[in-house]
Design a protein around this ligand. Structure first.
Ligand SMILES: [Zn+2]
Length: 225
């Protein structure tokens, strides 16, 4: 089992960790650390980039309670310096948090559900459960998003289970059972999610969300300007 330290502190980019297991997969090595700040792919958010012992991390994979770091070469030491690519992590934390915000406002202001999301390198796409949306609705969506950013709402985490989930007014049902993590935009939006996010909406770059493209019911959105 790996301690998932990225949940405890999402702003640690450099740390030291001990290897507890190494397995080989074809030409690559899957390294398990005792604890890690590397976020593995999940919830539409790609895995972190960086280095372990000076070797580039090719991928970070969650496997049950374990986080595996894929490396090209086998580490020669058991205690290693690890470094996460800060720019990459911050970019996706911002995109992901912006997506929560927009999907929340879509639901709470316009009663539109989010069907799927894709966090891309340059833009985030949100697929909505509506064939068309008016200019006035888009304006309201942007205005409400930006008002929430200006109000500096915190992003808060709750750990619960299937029974405990009933206590939350969640926006969409959980894809998992057992241990469930609920992400709250303070007193506004609650959704089950295992990703990493900003700590406060005010951290969204330049404090503004701009929606910039609509294709039928798919929306390329949330590029911060
Ligand atoms: Zn999330």
């Amino acid at each position: 089992m790996t301690i998932k330290s990225y949940y405890a502190n999402n702003r640690i980019y450099d740390f030291e960790a001990n290897i507890i297991n190494i397995t080989q997969e074809n030409e690559d090595f899957l390294v398990e650390l005792d604890s890690t700040y590397f976020y593995p792919e999940g919830g539409g958010q790609p895995s972190d980039k960086g280095t372990i012992g000076g070797v580039r991390v090719l991928d970070v994979i969650k496997s049950d309670d374990t986080v595996l770091h894929k490396l090209k070469t086998r580490p020669s030491k058991t205690t290693l310096n690890c470094s996460i690519n800060k720019e990459h992590r911050d970019h996706y934390m911002t995109q992901h948090s912006g997506q929560h915000l927009i999907s929340g406002v879509l639901k709470h202001s316009l009663n539109i559900d989010t069907l799927s999301v894709h966090l891309g390198e340059y833009e985030t796409t949100i697929e909505i459960d509506k064939a068309s949306i008016s200019e006035s609705e888009i304006t309201k969506l942007e205005d409400d998003c930006n008002a929430l950013i200006r109000s500096s709402k915190n992003i808060i985490y709750h750990e619960t289970d299937d029974d405990g989930l009933k206590e939350f007014n969640i926006r969409r049902s959980s894809k998992y059972s057992g241990y469930i993590r609920v992400v709250e935009i303070e007193n506004y939006d609650f959704v089950p999610c295992g990703g990493v996010h900003l700590s406060n909406l005010s951290e969204i770059c330049n404090s503004r969300v701009k929606l910039y493209s609509l294709h039928q019911n798919r929306w390329d959105t949330s590029r911060c300007k």
